[in-house]
Design a binder for this molecule. Sequence first.
Ligand SMILES: [Mn+2]
Length: 146
Amino acid sequence: MDPTQAEKNFIECILECLEYNPQVMLALEPINRYETNLCNDTRSAKAMIDKMGKPNLRMLVDTFHMNIEEPNIIESLKRVKDCISHVHFADSNRWAPGCGHINFKEILMALKEFGYQGAISAEILPKPSAAECLRLTMEHYHRLGL
Ligand SMILES: [Mn+2]
């Protein structure tokens, strides 16, 4: 689909949802370029959020996508800090935190520094098994002081 038309359709649909119940908050998640061609990074997602101008539209940031798209994850987090409503932790390979090369300690320090109070959830591949990646995630979270 033509990107301009896709954006127009997207805005129309999301605005309808946002206005249907302003008490319900939606979170726009920037997804890397290999999975979609709309809002691939925090800069374009922020522009989209600003364009729609609704207080019940915020941003969900995902470290896996940020690792692919953001020149500097920490600087990007700081730039959109007032928009963030949820955080997905996944390592560079979409495995459990600690199984790739993302520095979660510095990400967590940045989130704490600007007073992020929302949830941090793990969105990871269940490899080698769901139970094992849960164990690895919790072990890493505990090492981070979560
Ligand atoms: Mn995600």
